[in-house]
Design a protein around this ligand. Structure first.
Ligand SMILES: Nc1ncnc2c1ncn2[C@@H]1O[C@H](COP(=O)(O)OP(=O)(O)OP(=O)(O)O)[C@@H](O)[C@H]1O
Length: 250
């Protein structure tokens, strides 16, 4: 992925199996969010391919990518702040609902029934995670605490019933207790959906350590290491690039 003269991603090749968690680490500006933007059709890559479940999805529009089963959260909140917590989750279901504006006008019964089903599903999702989102479901999303906003982003992404969930620094703005709860949420989510795959961009090594099997490190747009957490952490290029000399000396 090039932006003019800047190569934001250079020959980065990644794959993830069904049900696996892949953690992508790397310093600021390494190209991690760009990777998500390429996978989800926000950016059209200059070259290269994105395939999902055997089908090529390179540069497909984002709504189609969601429809195929890839959902994401963003590093900076993309919630509808004036809408309620509940409505934000319901909006995440739009690729899975059938009735539209015309149905609302001409088949109000069907439309109402579908909406009631959506509310029920959204409430279940809000009850799943930590942080009491369900109790706050009628509050405008913009009034939530930072950690709850991150949790709501995840609930909204899950509302589209993804097969692959992309989490962009989900622990940003969370304290240690909240981060532990986030890890527990992801662990529980995977236990309940063993086929769900997760790609996690993270700066917090405590989160990465909790999902240690597959870790990839990107630096200046290139993949510099991959393997399990212990191997990647021990790689001198990773220590140099990302973890810092303090860790190398530890
Ligand atoms: N739309 C864009 N136009 C121009 N340059 C961009 C664009 N998006 C990203 N970049 C550049 O691409 C590089 C990679 O950015 P990216 O946001 O992917 O990094 P990152 O690894 O996610 O960093 P961080 O951890 O700080 O979020 C940066 O130099 C960034 O300035």
């Amino acid at each position: 992925m090039r932006f003019g003269g800047l190569v934001a991603l250079n020959d980065v090749s990644l794959s993830i199996d069904k049900g696996a968690v892949l953690a992508v680490i790397g310093p600021n500006g390494a190209g991690k969010s760009t990777l998500f933007n390429v996978v989800t059709g926000v950016y059209r890559p200059t070259s290269g391919r994105v395939t999902f479940n055997g089908a090529e999805i390179t540069s497909r529009p984002s709504y189609e990518v969601v429809d195929r089963g890839i959902a994401r959260t963003f590093q900076s909140s993309r919630l509808f702040s004036d809408l309620s917590v509940l409505d934000n989750v319901i909006i995440g279901m739009h690729t899975r609902t059938k009735t539209g504006v015309l149905d609302a006008l001409f088949r109000p019964g069907a439309s109402r029934r579908e909406m009631a089903a959506c509310v029920e599903k959204a409430e279940i999702l809000l009850k799943l995670g930590s942080g009491g989102l369900f109790e706050q479901r009628y509050r405008p999303a913009g009034t939530l605490a930072q950690a709850d906003r991150r949790r709501l982003e995840i609930a909204r992404a899950l509302a589209s019933q993804p097969k692959l969930l992309l989490l962009d620094e989900p622990s940003v703005g969370m304290d240690d207790t909240e981060t532990d709860a986030l890890v527990a949420d992801i662990v529980r989510l995977r236990a309940e959906n063993p086929e769900l795959s997760v790609i996690l961009i993270e700066h917090d090594m405590r989160v990465v350590e909790a999902f240690p099997q597959h870790v990839t490190c990107i630096d200046y747009g290139s993949k510099i290491a991959e393997g399990d957490f212990a191997a990647v952490r021990a790689d001198p290029r990773v220590q140099e690039a990302y973890l810092g000399k303090a860790v190398a000396d530890a």
